[in-house]
Design a binder for this molecule. Sequence first.
Ligand code: MN
Length: 195
Amino acid sequence: MPFTLQPLPYAPDALQPVISAETLALHHGKHLQAYVNNLNTAVAGTHFEALPLEEIVLKAEGGMLNNAGQILNHNLYFAQFHAPKQGKNLPSSNLLRAIEQTFGSFEAFQKEFVQKGTTLFGSGWVWLSADKEGKLVITQEPNAANPIQKGLRPLLTFDVWEHAYYVDFQNRRADHLAALWQIIDWDVIASRYDY
Ligand code: MN
């Protein structure tokens, strides 16, 4: 069965002004759709056709790996947002406690996460993941890489490819990353952590 574009779980204008409807139309409707189309072309007639996305990311190489990685990354990315929240937007107590224990405070975690996203050279992703013992870790992943390639369980990600922010924030990557905290759906992140 061919891979398909995972629909957005919110209206196209729901994330404004943090992420505009125009950016979503391009980022989800054009960039992600292109990765889906490319992967379907790459796997056609191969044994990869029947594999789940995660297995392709763990086993494929070259263009097939890049397109599968970008689909997995974007599926996790687009599913983790809700409309901007006024005031403090905090994780559930369980996850908040783990973040505070690991990074000292929620604010220190946010600072390190944005700093790692800002200093990632070129295109890629910054991730919060859990290791096999459930310990939290922040990693920078270049291009289409995903933490599952390091044996980690991905929880939260910021896309630092320019296509994620250039329409709304031009070259101001750090401002875009700082604004993303308002739209993180921490219930989704917690469900990835707790299961
Ligand atoms: Mn992207």
